[in-house]
Design a protein around this ligand. Structure first.
Ligand SMILES: Nc1ncnc2c1ncn2[C@@H]1O[C@H](COP(=O)(O)OP(=O)(O)OP(=O)(O)O)[C@@H](O)[C@H]1O
Length: 624
């Protein structure tokens, strides 16, 4: 042992051992003479060392080859290739384990050729089991109230923008891919709804779109069907980008379509719809949302993810963890777009759209759908759209005509008793909206104490509890659901016959969405709202909604509105089905109006008559 000028001790004077050896080369045998205490070259005698690789260089074992690579590691002498399928020109997606997506390699289930004439291969796990795949597990077959879209024929439609395509009258003339048409038939959709008639040709033409149509009028299919068609037309999901393959990014998924939704339950519902329409197309939908273990979602994303349905928070998380890249996105869809772009979500949406690797506006097709679209939000939304077409189905500021709206003046302390009387008079599923989570908990407790089968759902409940509550409500096991606004948008639960606004929302758009949980798909529904002087701020807008949808306006509500002196400041927001805000600023936007005549009043009279006589909806009309 020697000491240098500064007193530092050297373990050995041997030149070769003083040289720094990086950790990954330390197990290699040195060429020079070695000191027996040099740990770098000291032969390992470790009882835990297993496998031929670890024994290289030990007594009785062969010398470890220099510059060993992954390919050399096979013990049977044959070279091992990391990506054998790459040699065959495969550039498709990879699963979590680095294997190519199974559906592209499975050549036994060949069924159709895509638009490019290329043969597509898929193995749908539900193939041959259509009944199960297209049936809603929560709903007993035959218990739905039925779908009656004939009523929609009278609804006025307005479409504006440059070169608007003509509407289609049936699914058959839509030019949708034959497999999609089969799936539409299996879903028992006989004819398109007005929003579908107009949105499908626009999306098939590759145009960006902002669409506003009444609650329950089939917006989900309006954006999913043509998007899936466009994906098939492109030749299916896009291949993984070259540079990603070069860098070995095999664990990242590169979806082609991204659907963003504001709530977990809505994301799940859109995913279920996407699964139906993607049946046997080879396109794999996937859903991610907060509140459940992210690792489970890593696994489900890794199984394939061509259409990604996501809530914004979880998506940002996945992107930051390097599990998803948006660089392949060709279709971006915002469902409940006005909600996604209001103060709560806008920063996250901007982050996703503008600060990730998603292609820019104009390089992707962007679609926005909602039942309400305030003007200021339209202005904001136009940042994300390129030369878009605006579609409004229904009259300005109205809700659907299939909902009978009743307003009751009830003081706060009387609300519970009033509710009990009300619940007794109406059969079917009842959804009660509260403004606060605590209020929802307390009302659930009150109702169950009184012997009513009630359950609640709100943002403080765990995801499992939320899903259980929804399931129990859908199946009718607990026919009263007390909810906050987490259940206000998008949820499609058949047989909800009655919505009660126990607490009124402060925004009339929220009222429109809440009552839209009933009266869906052409069915009748009843919506009751409790109002008192605490709700004075919403009175004027509410009167507008009632008038526009042909409902009775109570005198006390008019007085309330007068007292509050609410003027056109709020009326100017352009609520549901509003006008294309560009038409006020820019007269160059073309406009087409279909069926813009007045509503057929005899149809409405029939509608109310049917509602009042329907045993299914109202057991005891004495309450009215
Ligand atoms: N063409 C059709 N024929 C029959 N049923 C349809 C058709 N289109 C949609 N539906 C059904 O109508 C119901 C309502 O559709 P959907 O949930 O898409 O409405 P929405 O407009 O998105 O409502 P919301 O504004 O509340 O989100 C669903 O059960 C759906 O399966």
């Amino acid at each position: 042992m020697t000491q240098d000028a500064y007193g530092a001790r050297n373990v050995s004077t041997n030149e070769s051992t003083r040289k720094y050896i990086p950790p990954h080369l330390r197990r290699e045998r040195h060429t020079g003479e070695e000191d027996k205490y040099d740990r770098v070259s000291f032969p390992r005698n470790n009882n835990f060392s297993r496998g031929p690789g670890r024994n290289f260089g030990r007594e009785g074992f062969p010398e470890e080859p220099r510059n060993r690579t992954f390919e050399d590691r096979r013990t049977d002498g044959r070279p091992m290739k990391r990506f054998p399928w790459k040699e065959n020109g495969y550039k498709g997606g990879f699963s979590e384990r680095g294997e190519p997506n199974r559906r592209l390699l499975n050549r036994n289930n060949r069924e159709w050729k895509d638009f490019t004439g290329k043969e597509r291969f898929y193995a749908d796990p539900f193939k041959g089991n259509e009944n199960k795949h297209f049936q809603d597990d929560d709903i007993e077959p035959g218990t739905t109230t039925g779908i009656n879209f004939d009523h929609y024929d009278d609804i006025p439609v307005e479409i504006s923008g440059s070169d608007c395509p003509d509407e289609i009258l049936s699914f058959d003339e839509s030019n949708l891919h034959s497999r999609i048409l089969t799936n539409v038939r299996l879903s028992k959709y006989l004819k398109p709804t007005p929003v579908q008639k107009n949105a499908i040709p626009v999306i098939l033409n590759g145009r960006d779109m902002m669409a506003c149509a009444q609650t329950g009028s089939g917006k989900t299919a309006a954006f999913l069907l043509p998007t899936i068609h466009n994906m098939l037309k492109m030749g299916g999901p896009l291949p993984v980008p070259e540079q990603a393959l070069d860098r070995g990014y095999s664990k990242i998924q590169f979806p082609t379509t991204l659907v963003l939704a504001p709530t977990r339950e809505l994301a799940m519902q859109i995913y279920q719809e996407a699964r139906k329409f993607c049946y046997c197309t080879g396109i794999i939908p996937c859903v991610i949302y907060g509140g459940i273990n992210i690792r489970l979602q890593f696994e489900s994303v890794a199984k394939g993810c061509d259409i990604l349905v996501a809530t914004p928070g979880r998506l940002v998380d996945m992107i930051e963890r390097g599990k998803i890249s948006l660089s392949n996105i060709k279709f971006l869809i915002l469902d409940e777009a006005d909600r996604m772009l209001d103060m709560g979500f806008e920063p996250q949406i901007r982050h996703i759209v503008e600060r990730t690797d998603m292609p820019a506006t104009g390089e992707r097709q962007t679609l926005m759908f909602s039942a309400t679209f305030p003007k200021e939000i339209q202005r904001l939304a136009s940042d994300f759209l390129y030369d878009y077409i605006f579609l409004a189905v229904g009259r300005v500021g109205s809700t659907t005509d299939f909902i009978l709206q009743r307003l009751e003046r009830v003081e706060e302390h009387e609300k519970r008793d009033f509710l009990l009387n009300l619940i007794d008079t109406v059969s079917g599923l009842t959804l009660i909206f509260m403004q606060t989570k605590r209020g929802a908990d307390e009302l659930e407790y009150f109702l169950t104490r009184k012997g009513y089968p009630a359950i609640s759902i709100h943002g403080d409940r765990s995801q499992v509890e939320r899903e259980e509550a929804l399931h129990s409500f859908r199946t009718g096991r607990t026919p009263i659901l007390v909810a906050t606004d987490v259940a206000a948008r998008g949820l499609d639960i058949p047989n909800v016959t009655h919505v009660v606004n126990f607490d009124m929302p402060t925004d009339v758009d929220d009222y429109v969405h809440r009552i839209g949980r009933t009266g869906r798909a052409g069915n009748s529904g009843l919506a009751t709202a409790f109002l008192n002087d605490n709700n004075i701020g919403i009175a004027k807008s509410l009167i507008d909604i009632l008038i526009e949808s042909g409902q009775e306006v109570p005198i006390w509500l008019e007085e309330m509105a007068e007292r509050a002196q609410i003027n056109s400041r709020r009326g100017g927001r352009g609520r549901f089905g509003g006008k294309d805000f560009r038409r006020e600023n820019n007269s160059r936007v073309e406009r087409k109006a279909f069926n813009s005549g007045r509503r057929n009043d005899s149809h409405m009279n029939d509608h109310y008559r049917n509602m009042n006589s329907s045993d299914n909806v109202i057991k005891n009309s004495a309450w009215f």
